[in-house]
Write a protein that binds this ligand. Sequence first.
Ligand code: NAP
Ligand code: GCO
Length: 265
Amino acid sequence: MDMNAFSLKGKIAWITGASYGIGFAIAEAYAAAGATIVFNDINQELVDKGLKAYGEKGIDAKGYVCDVTNEEAVQALVKKIEEEVGVIDILVNNAGIIRRIPMIEMSAAEFRKVIDVDLNAPFICAKAVIPSMISKGHGKIINICSMMSELGRETVSAYAAAKGGLKMLTRNICSEYGEHNIQCNGIGPGYIATPQTAPLRERQADGSRHPFDQFIIAKTPAARWGTPEDLQGPAVFLASDASNFVNGHVLYVDGGILAYIGKQP
Ligand code: NAP
Ligand code: GCO
């Protein structure tokens, strides 16, 4: 086998919401594999934060302000990227939000906001890049799914509905555009230590671990939270030619959570 199949040399990768966290880690890995990095975030402050962070890693990333829920803005951004950088070969739909609210206390507006960012926006961004991928004869779309693409839990109804939908959007893009040599797959991270999960890991007043932290440790065979770096290898694989016959799949990178009933208390 030619191990260059795992290289991203000469490829342009757009990772949404990638100023920090999982998106940043994936972009860092893609740069190491040879890709040109393009990212966006919701405001200039975050984009500047990202540009500084990429620069400190020696990565010449291109950063843009764009709200991925705004189809007009996304269409304009893709056109600008194609003019300034080139045609996008790899799209990672990473931008996301979560609102942890019991369903009967959640407003419809709050529910819609989560669906808008976590499901509608991946549709909008994929729709914006697919035509040029078809013209170019290849493309990779990677949707960042979740344990909640498979499981529910209290207070995350909107997020689970969105991430479950994102799994099916992944399968549908595969179905509709696979004949154009476009592969659309998902990554389903387990519980990863990022700002998004920080509230679930906060130390208690007495210095003990957060109950949810202890719960996740007991539910994970690896007996630890994941790190954004744990996602880098799977993300490079799904963006590379090494996965050209992998399509419509969600690769769970969860330390074994989905396979495990959990350690007896
Ligand atoms: P994060 O810390 O919340 O980062 C998400 C990024 O997306 C932030 O920079 C955020 O900006 C940005 N964003 C939010 N709304 C946006 C919009 N409308 N337009 C553009 N950018 C927007 O999340 P993370 O933990 O790195 O997770 C990244 C992805 O992985 C998300 O899709 C999340 O659902 C998923 N995920 C996370 C975990 C985990 O355990 N951390 C596990 C499974 C899946 P702001 O900072 O302004 O919000
Ligand atoms: C939560 C967490 C999870 C993680 C991730 C798990 O409140 O349960 O935020 O949803 O973010 O999605 O895969």
